[in-house]
Design a protein around this ligand. Structure first.
Ligand code: NIG
Ligand code: FE
Length: 416
């Protein structure tokens, strides 16, 4: 059904941000139109923005369409969370207690906890139960206005369990209202079965056996390149295999230590380099000059009690910066998108326009969806939220309790 969303108090189009490809943003790049209307055409997955502008200038050809009143509310593009690990079972609150007692994340992992702990629980859970748990989490994101979502595997770490997680993600794509992309992160940690044979042998198997067999379920390939996990050489093997299958890459880079992740992302032309807590000046320059989207995950820094990612260093160099939740059981057990924005503002000195674009258009860039998602301009998908606010700042101002209950439109209907 085509209709006009009318009586919009303020419509955030992100027109300037689109023109500038998400870099060097200024307040006017939000492209806010006041007293606006939005024409939506097509149904279901094909519902697109056909026109935006001031309501008094609605073209004649749309004047007969049904009108839905926004009652003066603000309309913004739906959020894009470009980095989540939401398919996992179990909980790791015991490790939280160990950290409170003085143990570090790496120490806990090296003592057999960490990722491997979640792997055990995830392997044990049936595909059906894992789907149920995961779809509830997708709903939690949708209610906040996250209409596009990246989901990683990485808590299976055997061929069968990684396949199970990919099938869960595939079903989420078909059964939920969110637009979802699947990332294959078998290179998340060394599984217990490979303790003897080691990282290289595991990567060879993942790259040359699992990946080709599972490729139809996979949109992107990722690796945890970091101290205590995988090395640059492992990433090279995996990314070459991905490239030969024409699958785009992304990377967990320089989170725990500076270990060559950003460089690898640039040299392989990855879509994104994520985390970057320990990135150096040279690597920031490299990312800024490249098309790689630098993805910062402030709730992870918060939860690990580590210094926040260098947002200003990246932004002022002209890097394209996205923000995401990194929702996972070990380092960011939260789905609170608003908190991501609050921390970015207060701890990382990002401006409201930088934050809003980082959670929409630049998240879309990180998923290769920048021409469809993350802005409200003709031709873009009709994914949007309505909130009671005069300025987008309100989204990140009242922190810590998911206060905003937006109305959410995606895949052709109001879902919340
Ligand atoms: O993004 N860095 C790797 N993966 C997750 C943590 C995984 C875990 O501890 O379960 C992250 O921080
Ligand atoms: Fe992560």
């Amino acid at each position: 059904v085509s209709f006009v969303l009318d009586k919009i108090g303020a419509l955030v189009t992100l027109e300037g941000a689109v023109e500038k490809k998400g870099r060097f943003l200024k307040p006017q790049d939000l492209g806010i139109i006041s007293e606006a209307a939005l024409v939506i055409e097509g149904t279901g997955l094909k519902s697109k923005v056909a026109w935006v502008g001031q309501r008094t200038e609605l073209p004649k050809k749309y004047s007969k369409l049904k009108k839905v009143s926004a009652r003066g509310q603000m309309v913004l593009p739906g959020f894009v969370d470009s980095h989540t690990h939401l398919v996992f079972a179990g909980d790791r609150s015991h490790e939280f207690e160990m950290r409170l007692a003085g143990k570090s994340y790496l120490e806990i992992a090296q003592a057999g906890g960490g990722i491997i702990n979640s792997v055990k629980a995830t392997r044990e859970m049936s595909e059906k139960d894992l789907f149920k748990l995961s779809s509830e989490r997708v709903e939690t994101f949708l209610k906040q206005g996250v209409t596009t979502l990246e989901i990683k595997t990485g808590y299976g770490l055997s061929f069968e369990s990684e396949k199970k997680c990919l099938k869960v993600i595939d079903k989420l794509k078909r059964k939920t209202s969110a637009t979802i992309r699947a990332t294959f992160l078998a290179a998340h940690a060394l599984p217990m079965e490979f303790k003897e044979s080691g990282h290289k042998a595991y990567i060879q198997e993942v790259a040359h056996d699992w990946l080709p067999k599972l490729k139809n379920y996979i949109d992107f390939v990722d690796i945890f390149l970091d101290k205590g996990y995988f090395a640059k050489e492992d990433a090279a093997i995996l990314f070459q295999a991905a490239q030969s299958l024409k699958i785009a890459t992304r990377i967990h880079a320089d989170e725990l230590a500076l270990t060559g992740g950003s460089e690898t992302a640039v040299s392989f032309g990855s879509l994104s380099a994520d985390h970057l807590l320990k990135i150096g000046e040279k690597e920031m320059d490299m990312l800024a000059k490249s098309e790689v989207t630098a993805t910062l995950l402030p709730t992870t820094a918060f939860f690990l009690n580590e210094p926040y990612g260098p947002a200003r260093g990246l932004l002022d160099r002209g890097a394209r910066v996205a923000l995401a939740t990194d929702f996972n059981p070990g380092t960011s057990p939260t789905q609170d998108v608003s908190l991501v924005g609050s921390l970015a503002a207060l701890q990382m000195k990002m401006s409201i326009e930088e934050i809003l674009v980082a959670l929409t258009l630049n998240g879309a860039y990180a998923l290769g969806l920048q021409n469809q998602k993350g802005a409200l301009l003709p031709g873009y998908d009709a994914d949007f939220i309505l909130i009671e606010a005069k300025s987008p700042a309100r989204l990140f101002y009242e922190f810590g309790r998911n206060w905003f209950k937006p109305k959410v439109f995606c895949k052709g209907k109001f879902i919340a």
